[in-house]
Design a protein around this ligand. Structure first.
Ligand code: ADP
Ligand code: MG
Length: 672
């Protein structure tokens, strides 16, 4: 499945001599990275210790160099693979492309990547596989001991994503059975005590079946790599900022006018912020004498745009990259001298009482603020402009909270169950989640019918849900749709729910509303997407059609790809099913309810627009971009919540309340 990557093609296009020069300079750059210089130490430690923890600041070569050094030392011999996990898809993809270029190979051969619904790697050939932590967890379902890997590098461990925490817990089990496996934990922050203590198994008894001689040292080694950083001058605001997007824009323009050369990196919270700022800066830039190019960087950006961001800016031009948290540690941008830090990032918070999980722009930690500032001092002394006061900085929490302690554990618990961890309470957690979150997840899994009264996965539903690379509620929706004869519709909806939005961004509100109205049906967003997808499938020039209908072409292309993969998976799970009810939207809405019933809400009063969640009585509103925004149906289910100044329901479906008691009798009971 090798795919050409734009960067690699560009190098090959040049004549041999230029290509050689470029490569020589890439090699020279490599040898200057501080991680590369620690090569002998690193290889010695990995050889002799089961776990090696590497601490080095962002940009020192952890992600790009360690796997290459391991290959050079022979860890990929005999068809074995070195895995390097990332919390984010976009990081796995960009870094794999970069390393393929450094090794002068085509992406998908010796170097590859694997993220959900997109694998560019070749079995038996790929020596280094960059992958999301979630994908490696899934691989464990078919290969519990991860037998094809010789080394697993858990990168960006300091981010403490849920999947990383779980992965570390499982890896600790695996190395007890596989003395030949090595683990490398890489972190950009010094706060590694938790990892060290967790992996220190030197006091535990060895399993009888394992020969003492074959076992590496069971205390983790720590390699702390000194980096060269330049000083970064920090500026705070005197008083709190009202609108950080606008302030970021005006600060960018001011830097461009006053400060010396060097690119600018701005940390905002999400795709919306980023796109708004790109547009504002681009408009301002037209009035300026010197060129200023604004580029976005967020998860889900098409590959061609990612590549633009990674390219050094042309001389005489200044580049400003508007990024989400992704630029904090996972990708290194060349040429940055100025950082503007909004002080916020989008974080997931789950409230077990109201059952509302929302992505909220919340203050970052001091550790994150330091990381962000550090991006300015990579190549020479830089400046960081914090769009908050010094007092606000002092009030931030010092370290970031592990995601597992504040997130929704539904998928996590299900996966642990599928991996045979029956007693999740007793799992060897790096940091245990609050019991309340676990209980809540167990309760939901039971209500969804994927777990039985003995906390075991049900057959076949529980196993099928865990096999699908979807969140459990989407998976249940899809399986129900397939069972009730509307598989086609279920597949499309499940695929659409894997992308952030299928609508274009940066259009006028009125234009958007009109475009959406053409596809809208009374049953709501999810069913309206079926019309959009049908429209897309049946036109010749899809790109143009998408433009004209305010639909995001890249998003729909991805939907089509994901849909066909899901279709194959579904077939493998239960054999081909008959499509019986073509276009029966009631059945489709009912299947949606079967999956998303935990997210049900009721209109508070006729004629109003306030909803209340059935569980927890949380105040909710329909998102203004929903096709049901004006219709305000009495009963709805939704996919997720977006918190702006209110809790908005996202991807809303109108339902018949009788379905709730029919489909989830343990969860909802009729009153009186
Ligand atoms: P770390 O993982 O320690 O943060 P990386 O291995 O990601 O460091 O990056 C090491 C160096 O490689 C960076 O300092 C940067 O100069 C270079 N680099 C990484 N990715 C790219 C890329 N896509 N394009 C150009 N240079 C890159
Ligand atoms: Mg890295």
């Amino acid at each position: 499945t090798a795919k050409p990557v734009p960067q690699a093609v560009a190098v090959e296009d040049l004549n041999d001599e230029t290509s050689f020069t470029i490569h020589a300079s890439v090699q020279k750059q490599r040898h200057q990275l501080s991680v590369y210089k620690q090569r002998d130490n690193l290889l010695y430690l990995v050889e002799n210790h089961g776990t090696t923890i590497v601490v080095a600041e962002t940009g020192s070569g952890k992600t790009t160099q360690i796997p290459q050094l391991l290959v050079e030392a022979g860890w990929a011999e005999g068809g074995r693979t070195i895995a390097c996990t990332q919390p984010r898809q976009i990081a796995a993809q960009t870094i794999a492309a970069r390393v393929a270029e450094e090794m002068r190979v085509t992406l998908g051969t010796k170097v590859g990547y694997s993220v959900r619904f997109d694998e560019v790697a070749t079995r038996g050939v790929t020596q280094i596989k960059y992958m999301t932590d979630g994908v490696l967890l899934r691989e464990m379902m078919s290969d519990p001991l991860l037998s094809s890997y010789s080394v697993i590098m858990v990168d960006e461990a300091h981010e403490r994503s849920i999947a990383t925490d779980i992965l570390l817990g499982l890896l600790k089990k695996i190395i007890k059975r596989r003395p030949d496996l090595r683990i490398v934990v890489a972190s950009a922050t010094m706060d590694i005590k938790a990892f060290h203590d967790f992996f220190d198994t030197s006091r535990e008894k060895l399993q009888n079946s394992i020969h003492r001689e074959s076992v590496p040292n069971r205390s983790p080694a720590v390699l702390s790599v000194e980096g060269r950083t330049h000083s970064v001058l920090i500026h705070y605001c005197d008083k709190p900022v009202q609108d950080y997007v606008r302030t970021a824009v005006s600060t960018t323009i001011a830097i461009h006018k006053i400060e010396g050369p060097g690119d600018i990196l701005v940390f905002l919270t999400g795709q919306d912020d980023v796109n708004a700022a790109v547009q504002m800066i681009s408009e301002e830039a037209e009035k300026l004498p010197r060129a200023l190019v604004a580029l976005p960087l967020y998860a889900g950006l098409p590959a061609s745009d990612q590549e633009l961001v990674m390219r050094p800016s042309l001389s005489g031009r200044r580049k400003v990259v508007l990024a989400t948290n992704i630029a904090e540690t996972s990708v290194t941008l060349p040429g940055i001298v100025y950082v503007i830090d909004s002080g916020f990032s989008k974080q997931k918070f789950y409230n077990p009482i109201t059952n509302v999980e929302a992505l909220v722009a919340a203050p970052i930690s001091q550790a994150s603020a330091d990381q962000r500032a550090g991006r300015a001092g990579r190549e020479r002394p830089g400046k960081c402009f914090r769009l908050y006061t010094e007092d606000a900085h002092a009030a931030m929490r010092p370290e970031r909270l592990p995601e597992i302690q504040k997130g929704n554990l539904l998928s996590t618990i299900l996966q642990l169950k599928a991996l045979g961890i029956d007693n999740v309470m007793q799992f060897d957690w790096l940091a245990p989640p609050p019991a309340e979150l676990m209980v809540r997840a167990l309760e939901l899994l039971f209500a969804l019918g994927v777990m039985d009264g003995h906390a075991k996965l049900t057959s076949p539903l529980g196993h099928q849900v865990s096999e699908l690379p979807l969140d459990p509620m989407s998976a249940k929706m899809l399986l129900t749709a397939a069972q009730t004869g509307c598989q086609k519709e279920g597949l499309t909806i499940a695929a659409v729910l894997t992308v952030q939005t299928i609508w274009a961004s940066g259009r006028e509100r009125k234009e958007m509303d009109e475009a959406r109205a053409q596809f809208a049906v009374a049953e709501g967003d999810m069913i309206s997407y079926l019309n959009v997808f049908e429209g897309y499938l049946h036109v010749k020039n899809r790109n143009q059609w998408c433009y004209e209908n305010c639909v995001n072409y890249h998003a729909l292309a991805k939907v089509a790809k994901v849909r066909s993969q899901l279709s194959t998976l579904l077939q493998q799970l239960g054999g081909p099913r008959q499509q019986q009810h073509d276009g029966d939207v009631k059945l489709v809405a009912k299947a949606v309810t079967a999956g998303f019933f935990p997210n049900a809400a009721r209109l508070e009063a006729e004629g109003g627009n306030t909803y209340r969640s059935l569980r927890g009585n949380q105040e909710l509103f329909i998102h203004p971009s929903s096709v049901l925004f004006r219709a305000s149906p009495k009963w709805v289910v939704f996919q997720s919540i977006i918190f702006l100044e209110r809790h908005y329901m996202w991807n809303v479906t109108a339902i018949n309340p009788a379905w709730l008691t029919e489909l989830a009798p343990h969860f909802y009971q009729l009153k009186g």
